[in-house]
Ligand binder design. Sequence first.
Ligand code: 5AD
Ligand code: SF4
Length: 435
Amino acid sequence: MSKTYYVWPLGCQTNKSDGERVATVLEKLGYERVEDEHDANVIAVIACAIRQSAVDRIYGKFRAWEQRQQAGDLTTLLTGCVLPHDKQKLTPKFDLVFDIEELPKLPLLLAQTNVEETVNLRDQMAYFDIQPIHNSKFRAWVPIAKGCDKFCTYCAVPYTRGRERSRPSADIIQEVKELIAKGYKDIHLLGQNVNSYGMDKRRADGTSEELTFAQLLETVATLPGDFWVRFHAPHPRDFTADVIEVIAKYPKLCKQINLPAQSGSSTILRRMNRPYTREQYLKLTDDIKAGIPNVSLSTDIIVGFCGETEEEFADSKSLMEYVGYDMAFIAQYSVRPGTVAARRFEDNVSHEVKKERFRELTDVLEQTFMVNQQPRLGTVDTILVEKYAKDHWLGRNQHQVTVEFPAPADANLVGTFQQVKLEEVEPFRFKGNLK
Ligand code: 5AD
Ligand code: SF4
């Protein structure tokens, strides 16, 4: 039988990065990647527990998979973020369920489930040492830390990914160097709380055996080569002034920061166990704007959290108007079983109200985006080109705003930096021409 695999990462970039590492291990075992899940005899799901809708998408696949599993034509693997509540229900439907930290043992686990006949134990390695097979030739995700200690009351992550653990900076820098040598241009440093990087390595006397996040950024930004670096996601509480200074100082550090607010209301923030107030968050955005010229801010924000009143929602809206984001990942609150919010608070904002609040914030975002981009019209911007689609080229500037421009289809521009004059703007996209 042919050995083919398909990796299906749901949710965030961390899952995409984990998916690339799962692919590495499967390819070591002789599996070949296919682009269509119907052609695969191993499907690896990298699950996301953030919202129920992501879990439901997995349930939606079972019927199609079941027949093929019974015919011995398909093996399904489940890893990623799975809450204990879902694990119970999902486990019987999958041939193998494993924790992403157990990925180095995947060959052994497959042998135990009789999917693979033999296993070479010498192939085992630590999770972070697995060199990922990158799906993109120019963009790569580099994990710098795993897990989260923050326990926001709505969030599944501390339960699915465990405590915060920083990856050794020497390994991170080595991986980034290798990516640059291979021509990668857009390096994304990943963690649930990137700016508490190294804090888990503090000694009793308060010193740390690791670099701080600002030092790590500086080290990466001073590597030779032509590339961009960005990071996801910082926590407003741990965002220190030295990080602002470093971003301002080095051109390779993108002037774009996703700073999850989650809510603009101090009372909701307290219920969310987000340890800052609206005023502290706004002060931080003021400091970032003052310290980093031409900075672009984006955010994550949740509407309809338990008990969110009209007034509390209005605070989120006015926060978005005040900050003026270029992008926002607006989520309707979804109860996650086992979290503090699920136990302690009632999910009492109706689906309709959540939808309406979502729509209102989307309108605010469109307006702030358009206002922010107006002064950029007529300027020439550096664009990292991503693909050719429907007779134009598409790329993104360092603010991650999409830019489309015409050029011959065979121009071979993917993964190159180009200078593009920005001539028109519409929500979330510029149109322009090569300079
Ligand atoms: N419901 C809705 N959105 C959530 N997020 C995390 N947990 C939930 C939840 N239970 C959002 C947060 C976070 C992003 C990754 O997902 O905004 O920053
Ligand atoms: Fe979840 Fe909060 Fe940790 Fe982000 S900081 S992963 S929202 S618990």
